[in-house]
Design a protein around this ligand. Structure first.
Ligand SMILES: Nc1ncnc2c1ncn2[C@@H]1O[C@H](COP(=O)(O)OP(=O)(O)OP(=O)(O)O)[C@@H](O)[C@H]1O
Ligand SMILES: [Mg+2]
Length: 232
């Protein structure tokens, strides 16, 4: 078991105002899987991803990744985990506005152990032409591809994607998903994708459905559908 989440609870607020964004989540994800997470708005999808990414901490329960309990390690170890093992594509792109496309990617490469070649990534994501542009000069799809390149450049073991196609048309969505599929095949990256698009679930090994902070369904696909054949 590569990722093992046990009885994970995340409470926001106290007393009458308490919200359980995660309310007893148990989930195991194998290495090299593509896992798609679906669920209504407010059901706790981003919360789950943030916990997995070591961005926020659980109220109770545990998250063990590759044998290490990230809900119970020092701040220093958690920083290393985030830096070395996790690539995060945020729901909003979170690009640094006064850096160019290439510089946004470079800042992450600079603190990575074995970064991928930036020019190869720019080419794979059709961003060469835009490498000296600032985020404000890019379309949504180009910004999303930059955010993906930034998450990929460190060649993370786990790639966490929070609605990576949420703001994109179907062609750009397919380009982005093709890239995630490729990374999973090429580097054996474990890829976790949150989406509202049912069609995307067919590219997954595992499909998780969340409701009110609980996992209500966890299904394995016998066969993954290639991204080129998805109806999205
Ligand atoms: N920092 C916070 N403080 C208080 N409540 C929060 C916080 N973050 C999330 N929540 C609450 O936790 C619940 C789950 O939020 P979350 O962002 O995980 O939902 P989601 O499934 O990602 O929704 P969406 O599809 O709209 O992105 C919501 O009720 C939300 O209001
Ligand atoms: Mg969300």
């Amino acid at each position: 078991m590569y990722i093992e989440i046990k009885n994970a609870v995340k409470q926001y607020g106290q007393g009458e105002n308490a919200i359980y964004a995660m309310n007893g989540v148990d989930l195991s994800i194998e290495e090299h899987e593509i896992c798609v997470i679906l669920g209504p708005s407010g059901s706790g999808k981003s919360t789950l991803l943030n916990m997995l990414g070591g961005i926020d901490t659980l109220t109770s329960g545990s998250i063990v990744v590759n044998g290490k309990d990230i809900s119970n390690i020092s701040k220093k170890e958690l920083t290393l985990y985030r830096r070395e093992d996790i690539g995060f594509i945020f729901q909003s792109y979170n690009l640094i506005q006064d850096l160019t496309v290439k510089e946004n990617i470079q800042t992450v490469a600079d603190i990575s152990k074995e970064p991928l070649d930036i020019d190869e990534l720019l080419s794979a994501l059709s961003l060469e032409k835009y490498k000296n542009h600032f985020p404000s000069e890019l379309s949504g799809g180009q910004q999303q591809r930059t955010a993906i390149a930034r998450a990929l450049v460190k060649n993370p073991a786990i790639l966490l994607c929070d609605e990576p196609t949420g703001a994109l048309d179907s062609k750009s969505s397919r380009d982005v998903l093709r890239m995630l599929e490729k990374v999973n095949n090429l580097y054996e990256t474990t890829v976790i994708i949150i989406t509202h698009n049912e069609g995307i679930s067919k590219m997954a090994d595992r499909v998780i459905r969340i409701h009110d902070g609980k996992i209500v369904k966890n299904v394995l696909n016998d066969e993954r559908m290639p991204v080129d054949e998805l109806e999205i």
